[in-house]
Design a protein around this ligand. Structure first.
Ligand code: GAP
Length: 438
């Protein structure tokens, strides 16, 4: 294990760079303000995080439907949602060194945390976190558009569309995964807080009398999702918000927190939003956003329970929870003990030598596995170094094609966690893997 938590943070950042998981964006130009690019290994892992969420939240349920709404939206949406008025942070400037800070995050509100000068911080100004842009060639008020700061509003403004086209009735949900943008004043901690990030959100519409019970249900479900995908329970907690922490729309919120190197911090919020959003959009759009329960002759505005998670932030938590080091033969082995569903590659095919008599049939085996899973292929360096490389990116199984394979038509499969090896006939490899990767 990494010696300390700070140490773990640096190790994850270095590993991410070294193994193509996450690169600082625009690095050849000196980088660009807390933006990151997901490399060849990272893009697979991020997709797996999103797929695992979609699988649990949409595929395995019959009461949640998917949506992919636009990122650009008109001011009317954000006027109605309350974001134009309320989605702000209190910002102070230091007259001495010119640095900017969030007032609510200062340990001492009279002292600049950058240059330590006392009494030089300005009065706080409200700073709206939304990115404003123009749609079309003319820059006037009528062309103003915003990059969405959350995916949630896409679900609310499509509530009637989904209801009318799906034959669903409450309780039912609409789920979406996508990019969101916030002009954070203090981004940082690697991909934990960035200005461009991905969210995985679901709005669950229920009868008002059932809101509390569904809120409890989703708090438990979402906590369990992280446990089921390999994070130890001791590194997770469910934390109900105090009343003074609640967002402008929420009558109850709990966070799923992860024990990051700097302490407990939020992975996901589960909020009881009441009828706030549908009421607001009904008022501002003039459209009816309600449900008519014909058998009971009851018309009502559903209440909403919202589990809202960050995909990029969750990926970082999975990396930290999975990171491990152990001494093997006087050497440190770094291994990402990722859940197989989250692991970038499920297996790697490694011919023992570069000789065509081995690489030919090894590639044939690879071709039989690729339709089912992401499988890496590596014929460079000594086999021990190739195993270490796969351990570092969390590949659960390494399949070695050696000279005996030509005779016995079998390969050796090495388990990432135990390093145990088994000999499996080549025609059985796909079946063996599908049993292990259930
Ligand atoms: N619709 C409700 C909503 O957006 P939120 O707590 O502001 O709630 C939900 O965001 C999740 O999105 C957070 O728990 C976090 O995982 C992720 N998130 C929010 N801001 C982020 C940022 N600047 N960078 C990375 N992830 C972020």
């Amino acid at each position: 294990m990494a010696e300390s938590f700070e140490d773990l943070f640096d190790k994850i950042v270095n590993l991410s760079k070294r193994r193509g998981i996450v690169f600082p964006s625009a690095e050849i130009y000196g980088g660009f303000r807390s933006t990151y690019d997901y490399g060849p290994v990272g893009v697979l892992m991020l997709r797996n995080v999103k797929d695992a969420w979609w699988r649990s939240m949409v595929q395995l349920r019959s009461d949640v439907l998917g949506l992919d709404a636009s990122i650009l939206s008109p001011p009317a949406v954000w006027e109605a949602s309350g974001h134009l008025a309320n989605f702000t942070d209190p910002l102070v400037d230091c007259r001495s060194c010119g640095s900017r800070h969030r007032q609510d995050k200062l340990d001492d509100p009279t002292t600049c945390p950058t240059c330590k000068t006392k009494g030089e911080l300005t009065e706080p100004r409200r700073f709206n976190l939304m990115f404003k842009t123009n749609a079309g060639p003319v820059e006037n008020e009528g062309a103003v558009a915003y990059l969405r700061p959350e995916t949630a509003q896409g679900m609310f403004i499509n509530f009637a569309n989904v209801l009318n086209t799906s034959r669903k009735k409450p309780p039912f949900g609409i789920a979406q995964i996508g990019k969101s943008f916030r002009n954070e004043i203090t981004p940082g901690n690697f991909v934990f807080r960035t200005r461009e990030f991905e969210q995985m959100e679901m709005e669950f519409f229920v009868h008002p009398s059932e809101a509390d019970q569904w809120y409890d249900y989703w708090c438990k479900e979402r906590f369990q999702w992280y446990v089921d995908h390999g994070i130890e329970e001791s590194k997770l907690r469910l934390r109900p918000h105090d009343d003074d922490e609640l967002s402008h729309y929420s009558s109850g919120t709990s966070d799923v927190d992860f024990l990051f190197p700097w302490g407990w911090d939020e992975l996901e919020g589960i909020a009881n939003r009441g009828s706030y959003d549908l009421d607001q959009h009904a008022k501002h759009s003039g459209q009816k956003l309600e449900y008519f329960d014909q058998p009971n002759n009851e018309r009502y505005v559903p209440h909403v329970i919202e589990p809202a998670a960050g995909a990029t932030r969750t990926m970082m938590a999975f990396l930290m929870a999975a990171y491990d080091e152990e001494i093997v033969n006087d050497d440190t082995r770094t291994v990402l003990r990722l859940h197989h569903r989250i692991a970038p590659y499920k297996a790697a095919v490694l011919p023992l030598s570069k000789k065509p008599e081995l690489t030919g049939p090894a590639r044939e085996l690879l071709a039989t596995l690729q339709p089912h899973w992401m499988v890496d292929y590596d014929e460079t360096q000594a086999i021990g170094r190739r195993y270490r490389r796969q351990d570092e990116i969390g590949t659960p199984y390494c399949i070695t094609f050696d000279f005996d394979s030509l005779e016995d038509k079998a390969v050796t499969i090495r388990d990432r966690d135990s390093m145990d090896q088994v000999r499996i006939p080549i025609p059985d490899v796909a079946g063996w893997l599908s049993e292990k990767l259930v």
